[in-house]
Design a protein around this ligand. Structure first.
Ligand code: FPP
Length: 159
């Protein structure tokens, strides 16, 4: 009998619980984000070594903009640092993709994300997607805009 490969090809991670983790330890929420961000390379490495090919991180939703400015800036700083450092750290094996509305996250972070994508364009065999400023409603709106001129039906989203 052939053994079935039960390792998923793609694993998506919702980066939740940072605030609670920090508060339980008497730390500020931003410390939770800092520690969460530090763990990203190790978590990705673990998944890749287990046979997962694609990892997606839900890092920052459009709803997260309702958080205090200091917390939002702190999260952006971690994503910026990750975009700057990970392309060298991943030793040519992990292609980075940043998805979401990058127009809305400030020029510095947007450019850092694009530069990281560019730098890792030829990297293989793994892929790491980081979702920044993502949201269901805006995704649908964006898709509808792309299809503008055409009739938008449920079928439009299936192809
Ligand atoms: C949710 O935790 C987490 C976030 C809103 C931000 C997560 C993103 C980062 C830490 C940035 C780093 C990302 C990369 C790719 C390096 P929460 O504050 O809602 O926690 P809680 O549920 O305990 O309140």
């Amino acid at each position: 009998m052939t053994e079935k490969n039960t390792v998923p090809r793609h694993v998506a991670v919702i980066m939740d619980g940072n605030g609670r983790w920090a508060q339980k330890r008497g730390l500020s929420r931003i410390n939770g984000h800092i520690e969460g961000a530090k763990n990203v390379p190790a978590v990705a490495e673990y998944l890749f070594s287990a046979g997962v090919g694609i990892v997606t991180l839900y890092a920052f939703s459009e709803e997260n903009f309702s958080r205090p400015a200091g917390e939002v800036n702190g999260i952006f700083e971690r994503i910026l640092r990750f975009a700057a450092e990970y392309p060298s750290a991943c030793k040519g094996r992990v292609r980075l993709f940043f998805s979401g509305d990058l127009e809305g996250v400030g020029e510095e972070l947007r450019l850092a994300c694009l530069a990281a994508e560019e730098k890792t364009r030829q990297y293989a065999p793994y892929a790491l997607n980081v979702l920044v400023n993502y949201g269901g409603r805006s995704e649908i709106l964006r898709a509808a805009r792309m299809l503008s001129g055409k009739e938008v039906t449920a079928e439009s989203f299936r192809s």
